[in-house]
Design a protein around this ligand. Structure first.
Ligand SMILES: Nc1ncnc2c1ncn2[C@@H]1O[C@H](COP(=O)(O)OP(=O)(O)O)[C@@H](O)[C@H]1O
Ligand SMILES: NC(=O)OP(=O)(O)O
Length: 310
């Protein structure tokens, strides 16, 4: 039996509640198959698009307060929204199979360092995609807004993305696992907080990368495998060019070489590869897999995805 942390990409979950529910319904049977095979699964998820949509809606309704930022609360809402669909989809599948399991979503805070340099260099794309012209128009209207290209897919809002240091609700997560719950935690990278005193935290304006937070979660629960499910079947070399090729397997040395050569876009594939490598290197025998949500069942059996080992 293996313990597997599975991180679902926010961009792979679609753009509307209906799309999200459908994509989750399609992915859930292969997740529950893992439980049937005797494995333990712990889930996390991204929130890049969703946290941006939520923030935009909130600010639009904030009575003319154009600088009303609510990113920690928006991440908390995205944990509820995505956790709800995951929890519902998994419970329905378990029920269909007559399997007596419990599922719980933990609203998770993740501690970051107030002095993290990431606060001065926005690196996390969130929300909708815009054309270059639209992005420049929006930035001209709001001098605090930073919009940049995201992996050749269009322009998006960029926010600070500090590194995760610690999972505040770690005892609750471990307790639920000890009691055989399927746990969904660290959604959207966790709500970013800084420590004020031993038990007091304060939310900060940022979105943590869920790949790094999920790697922390995988460390916490001592996972054997770490699956990162996104929108592409495999990690690519020469991404976006006519020479692009799929990577079936890479070790730490190869991964680091490819990173130096600039094959992985910052804010999208780069954090996944970095988090996968950190996990694979953390203990002998640990493996990470980057694969698509659609081909999750094939990735589970090794027929799709990129395997990252030490
Ligand atoms: N080298 C690469 N190989 C594959 N995909 C890449 C690469 N570089 C950038 N990407 C982009 O990264 C995306 C995955 O990152 P992102 O959309 O942020 O993931 P998610 O929201 O699923 O966590 C892919 O869909 C692709 O558009
Ligand atoms: N928070 C986060 O990393 O979300 P995505 O995986 O959707 O980018």
């Amino acid at each position: 039996m293996a313990r597997i942390v599975i991180a679902l990409g926010g961009n792979a979950l679609g753009n509307t509640p209906q799309e999200q529910e459908k994509k989750i319904a399609e992915a859930v049977p292969s997740l529950v198959d893992l439980i049937s095979q005797g494995h333990e699964i712990i889930l996390s998820h991204g929130n890049g698009p969703q946290v941006g949509y939520i923030e935009k809606k909130l600010n639009a309704s904030a009575d003319g307060e154009s600088t009303a930022y609510f990113l920690p609360e928006c991440t908390a809402m995205s944990q509820g929204y995505i956790g709800y669909h995951l929890q519902k989809g998994i419970l329905e599948e378990l029920h269909r199979r007559g399997m007596p399991w419990h599922v719980a979503t933990v609203i998770t805070q993740v501690e970051v360092d107030a002095a993290d340099e990431a606060f001065s260099t926005p690196s996390k794309p969130i929300g909708n995609f815009y054309s270059k012209e639209q992005a420049h128009r929006l930035m001209a209207k709001d001098k605090h807004l930073v919009m940049k290209e995201d992996a050749g897919r269009g322009f998006r809002k960029y926010v600070a993305s500090p590194l995760p240091l610690d999972i505040v609700e770690k005892d609750s997560i471990l307790n639920l696992l000890d009691n055989e719950f399927i746990v969904i935690a660290c959604g959207g990278g966790g709500i970013p907080v800084i420590k004020k005193s031993s038990q007091t935290y304060c939310g900060v304006e940022a979105v943590i990368d869920k790949d790094f937070a999920s790697a922390k979660l995988a460390e916490l629960v001592e996972a054997d495998y770490f699956f990162i499910l996104t929108a592409v079947d495999r990690v690519l070399l020469n991404y976006g060019t006519k020479d692009q090729t799929e990577i079936v397997e890479m070790n730490a040395q190869q991964g680091e070489k490819y990173m130096r050569e600039g094959h992985f876009a910052p804010g999208s594939m780069l954090p996944k590869v970095k988090a996968a490598l950190a996990f694979a290197k953390s203990k002998k025998g640990r493996k990470a897999v980057i694969a698509s949500l659609e081909k999750a069942p094939l990735a589970m059996s090794g027929a799709s995805g990129t395997v990252i080992c030490d």
